[in-house]
Design a protein around this ligand. Sequence first.
Ligand SMILES: C[S@@+](CC[C@H](N)C(=O)[O-])C[C@H]1O[C@@H](n2cnc3c(N)ncnc32)[C@H](O)[C@@H]1O
Length: 385
Amino acid sequence: MSTFSDPMADRKADSATPIECLRLAGDDTRSLHSVVHSFELADLTAVLVDEILFRCDPPGNADPVAVVLDVTRGEERVSTSFLVQAGRPVGLNGADGPAALFRIEYDVLDLVRELFGPSSPGGPANRRTELRFVPESMTVEGVRPLGSIMAAASTILTGCSSDNPGLARLALRHDSDKWGGLHWFAALYERHLRQLRGQPVRVLEIGIGGYDHPTLGGGSLKMWKHYFPRGLVFGVDLYDKSGLDQQRLHTLKADQSDPAQMIEIAERHGPFDIVIDDGSHINEHVRTTFRALFPHVRAGGLYVIEDLWTSYAPGFGGNEAPEACDSTTLGLVKRLVDDLHYEEQPLKTTGGVGPSLAGMHLYRNIAFLEKGRNAEGGIPGWIRH
Ligand SMILES: C[S@@+](CC[C@H](N)C(=O)[O-])C[C@H]1O[C@@H](n2cnc3c(N)ncnc32)[C@H](O)[C@@H]1O
């Protein structure tokens, strides 16, 4: 039996408003499609913008930032500029307001889904974002506005969702760059970590942030501590960050390029449920750290590698040519694809961590590697010849 109901029938009957039709359509694709093609795009956008204004968190950025939202339907486009500034609710940016430094574009159907749920599983993939800021100089002062712009963009994006990823809010609140103008990792972490949220997990993150400043950084460590109320969080950095230590959050000074130091940490504080490499991003360091720490991830846990883009960056030991990947992070990931299938390989030339690699989830610039038993016996020789 079809459960499809046509909200437009109600519209014809009692001239229902766009919001009523959207509300009644729920997550039924045909109904939503019908609704978003039955009203003027400007009228639909007005309803969506009203919802976004209502749902946005109080802004955290001190400097006023304009963020423009483009809602599209085929060739049609309706733009709305928001003004985001701490101390006042998000509002509409007037014609004499500042120029938009961040742009978000949604197809109207995707935005309707985001707002009225359930959010589409594509996460950040179903929208376009564009940072329009160009620093006057590559100095601390020159890039300072970036913090406000990221915070403003995040405020609008979290307002665009019916299922705000807890981690996105926590990343913003604790000043981690895992959710903001450069990275949109928080929603992906949420997807993979949600099931562990109530568990007494042990988390190890390489790279605390703030570099040699003794009390700067620690944003992601605080985010993990907050996200896992029963968790124990360890952060490793090249520099002494003990000024950031607090209950359930411990910093450790070590160099990730030295496997002996990594193994010592793991033997003392592991095994870990989650290991995250957000440290130097130097390709050889990432590979070394993986070899040292993956054995110390608990079955059912995850090993996460961020910023895969450095595989193409010679300054980080990467290589601009994708095929020249013998010593890059993505080369490691490609090799792991073979390791995962070690039992299917007649030559058994690879193996490595295959028997304990339960799965791989690769997204743009981030890889989630699942630890667990991987032993299905392989496809019998008489089938594969
Ligand atoms: C991108 S920041 C980490 C940001 C932090 N994870 C967050 O999300 O808020 C990178 C950090 O890695 C540290 N780092 C650089 N090289 C390292 C190494 N060889 N071993 C350990 N930490 C290193 C830096 O000092 C810096 O604090």
